[in-house]
Write a protein that binds this ligand. Structure first.
Ligand SMILES: [Zn+2]
Length: 275
């Protein structure tokens, strides 16, 4: 059976409505792997194994859809006046499918760079939450060696007006009193903005081995100016970490435009009202 849905089950009691599917994950009617493997599987099982011919393959994967949606012959055929996309197919190519080569792959399959962006964006989410909770838009998360999120901490300025309650400082304190040193050594702290001198010190003293940050301290300083609630320092965290006796790996600034967007309209408003 080949279907426009990559989970082609009958919509009846023998398929998607199977009562057992509601009782256990084991019985969920899963289909073939994601959309990117649909054409290779159809080609491999269909054309290569002699079940359908090449024309049928093209009809099932392109022409029929163009006709169904009223786009034929502009789409779905290679002809003068048509503007269909063309796929070059190598019928002899053999690929062993694995999680590592699939685009929908799990976190474990991501490259280090992809994983860093993924988790950094998650720290941005935490920063956004901090803002909705009436705090400054800063967030930090801690991710272990196996890419599991261990801690998520928002900026904690309010309600006590605690100027030392930066997200990374709070996280570092929480981390070193709850997690083993070996875990922290191999963990990465993702922060929506570059750790200030206080936070870099706290991360160092907590023994967290790696830091990835979004917005640079320099760019943050441009945004906040001398705002009374955030008179940003002018000290790169690499200087603090570089003065330590154990190495800390630093990555950043990263995704800085997205990181800066978290601060849009936040500091301007207060600065003019309190200036
Ligand atoms: Zn800080």
């Amino acid at each position: 059976m080949f279907s426009s849905d990559h989970c082609p089950f009958r919509y009846d009691e023998s398929g998607k409505l199977a009562p057992r599917g509601r009782t256990s994950f084991r019985w969920v009617p899963n289909g073939i792997p994601g959309i990117e493997t649909r054409l290779p599987i159809l080609f491999s099982e269909g054309v290569s194994n002699g079940r359908i011919d090449l024309n049928r393959f093209v009809a099932l994967s392109a022409t029929n859809h163009a006709k169904t949606y009223g786009l034929y012959p502009r789409k779905g055929t290679i002809a003068v006046g048509s503007d269909a996309d063309i796929a070059i197919w190598d019928p002899k190519r053999e690929v062993t499918m694995s999680q590592q080569i699939l685009h929908h792959g799990a976190i474990a399959a991501l490259s280090q760079e992809q994983a860093d962006e993924h988790f950094l964006r998650r720290s941005f989410d935490v920063a956004r939450r901090a803002l909705t909770h009436g705090n400054h838009p800063f967030g930090a998360i801690l991710v272990d060696h196996d890419r599991r999120v261990l801690l998520e901490v928002e900026n904690g300025f309010m309600p006590p007006r605690d100027g030392t309650a930066h997200a990374e400082r709070l996280l570092a304190t929480q981390a070193c009193v709850t997690l083993p040193a070996g875990v922290l050594r191999q963990a990465t702290l993702y922060s929506s903005a570059e750790p200030c001198a206080m936070c870099a010190g706290a991360i160092y003293w907590a023994g967290i081995g790696r830091v990835v940050y979004g917005l640079s301290e320099h760019a943050l300083r441009e945004l906040t100016g001398d705002h009374p609630e955030n008179p940003t320092l002018n000290l790169p965290c690499r200087e603090v970490f570089g003065s330590g006796q154990r190495p800390t790996e630093i990555v950043g600034p990263l995704l800085e435009t997205e990181a800066a967007a978290l601060h849009q309209d936040v500091w301007q408003r207060n600065r003019t009202s309190e200036a």
